[in-house]
Design a protein around this ligand. Structure first.
Ligand code: AMP
Length: 445
């Protein structure tokens, strides 16, 4: 997953992009970058690491101009190298261009192969680079038409922001897999993956960019073109795990929906227990919902250390639990001798849940009832969420009972697909491919 932000007609746009990216950091921690335009030139700074590691006052001061685009990266396509950081910048016959992209293109290999055959020289392994080549090779006179022509050749998930020296373009694919919102900031505009970025920089939410829509920012004006007929398949996993709970995406509050999932889970799978304990932070909102619905007290029985970044020291086999304890540690006095309902948002490989159950039991929990506020993850995502291969997903190989045995819980239950749908008001315009196997766009890569 990644995040994107764009600002147009905002003085010191790059500084706002920096703060916006800071609040979107949860969507990608591998690399960060900003490109700005002073109308004559596009300037760019990008690198590996967190937003605060890539930028400093000096670097930001080079990013002059009143428009900017920014990106934080979580690799889903390409490789983990600085070359694969975004924005992607290029000089071409109409001038200069910088692109940021959230999502995964499902026909990237096919298009790349064709472009290479025609003589294109690729600089990165990223699917997003296809777009730059398609724009540069188009014979159309205006960038606007070139972008549309390029979009007609790509498939899959894209929430894109394209910056030229004088204009900016924000586009969402016809399925609207990834979120993209529009806000107002002073006399200018801002576009971002999530509304939590607007809150930080003091922008006012206007509306979501619609699936299949392109918004063109030009001379301080805004123009909307419905490039494709919308066929919405918004990613439901954004609500379950990815987005920040203080964001409103796809028109709804992430926090409220997570709580609703917890309530549905309590209705579907009640259990006689002493306390509801979330796995922080991913299970907190659902656990509040579960506790409210069941009447069982909510307790912070597990504490998360927020300062765990990447660790380069691999614990030896003898101290293998150290890694999960660095991140999550139970409060012994709270859980000892108690029957716990432990809530998390998802089980992917099953490693985290197994370790959590193990530590809770080691610290004296009497019973551990694992409740997951999403259905079993049975398939990988082709549209931008970094899920492992099907074989690595525990629920694609094991039944619920086999998973329960593997993680060592007393009971295990997942929210049903119907329960998940009820939580989102029975709106059928979501992509749930990772749960139900219905992939709206086939993977051609
Ligand atoms: P696992 O140990 O593989 O079962 O991972 C489960 C944990 O990973 C859960 O606590 C989730 O909150 C979290 N999670 C789910 N999806 C993702 C993802 N795409 N990237 C990172 N973490 C995730």
């Amino acid at each position: 997953m990644c995040s994107v932000i764009g600002l147009y007609n905002v003085p010191e746009a790059a500084k706002y992009a920096y703060f916006g990216l800071f609040s979107l950091q949860h969507r990608g921690q591998e690399a960060a970058g900003i490109a700005s335009s002073d109308k004559e030139r596009i300037h760019i700074v990008k690198g590996r690491g967190l937003v605060t590691q890539v930028f400093n006052e000096d670097k930001l001061s080079k990013l002059t101009g009143s428009s900017a685009v920014g990106h934080t990266r979580y690799s889903t396509a390409g490789e983990d190298s600085v070359l694969d950081a975004q924005p992607i910048f290029a000089r071409y016959d109409l001038g200069q261009i910088a692109v940021v992209h959230n999502g995964n293109l499902t026909n990237a290999k096919e298009v790349r192969k064709k472009l290479i055959k025609e003589g294109a020289i690729f600089q990165t392994f990223m699917d997003t680079e296809n777009l730059i080549h398609l724009i540069a090779r188009s014979q159309k006179e205006h960038l606007y038409d070139r972008i549309i022509e390029a979009l007609q050749q790509i498939e899959g998930a894209y929430s894109l922001i394209i910056l030229s020296r004088k204009k900016m373009f924000a586009v969402r694919d016809p399925h609207g897999f990834r979120p993209l919102s529009l806000g107002k900031l002073g006399d200018g505009w801002v576009v971002a993956s999530e509304t939590c970025a607007f809150d930080l920089i003091g922008a006012e939410f206007v509306r979501d960019i619609r699936p299949g829509e392109m918004v063109v920012f030009e001379e301080g004006e805004l123009r909307s073109i419905q490039v494709f007929e919308p066929t919405p398949h918004k990613c439901i996993f954004e609500y379950i795990y990815f987005a920040r709970p203080d964001s409103n995406i796809f028109g709804k509050s992430v926090y409220e929906l997570r709580k609703a999932m917890g309530r549905e889970l309590a209705k579907e799978y009640p259990v006689d227990a002493d306390m509801v304990v979330p796995v922080p932070d991913s299970g907190v909102a659902a656990a509040i919902g579960y506790a409210e619905e069941s009447g069982i007290p909510f307790e912070l029985g597990i504490i998360r250390n927020h300062y765990v970044g990447r660790t380069f020291i691999e614990p030896t086999q003898a101290i293998r639990d150290l890694k999960v304890k660095m991140k999550l540690n139970p409060i012994k006095n709270v859980i000892k001798g108690k029957r716990l309902v432990v809530i998390d948002d998802s089980i992917v490989r099953g490693t985290t849940s197994k370790k959590i159950v193990n530590i809770l039991k080691e610290f004296g929990a009497k019973e551990v009832h694992m409740r997951i506020s999403a259905p079993p993850t049975t398939g990988p995502c082709y549209y931008g969420v970094d899920t492992p291969t099907k074989e690595e997903l525990i629920s694609s190989r094991y039944s619920v009972e086999e998973t329960r045995k593997y993680i060592g819980a007393d009971t295990l239950a997942y929210l049903s697909i119907d329960g998940l749908l009820r939580s989102v008001g029975n709106d059928l315009s979501y992509c749930m491919a990772c749960f139900d196997g219905n992939y709206p766009v086939p993977l051609k890569n």
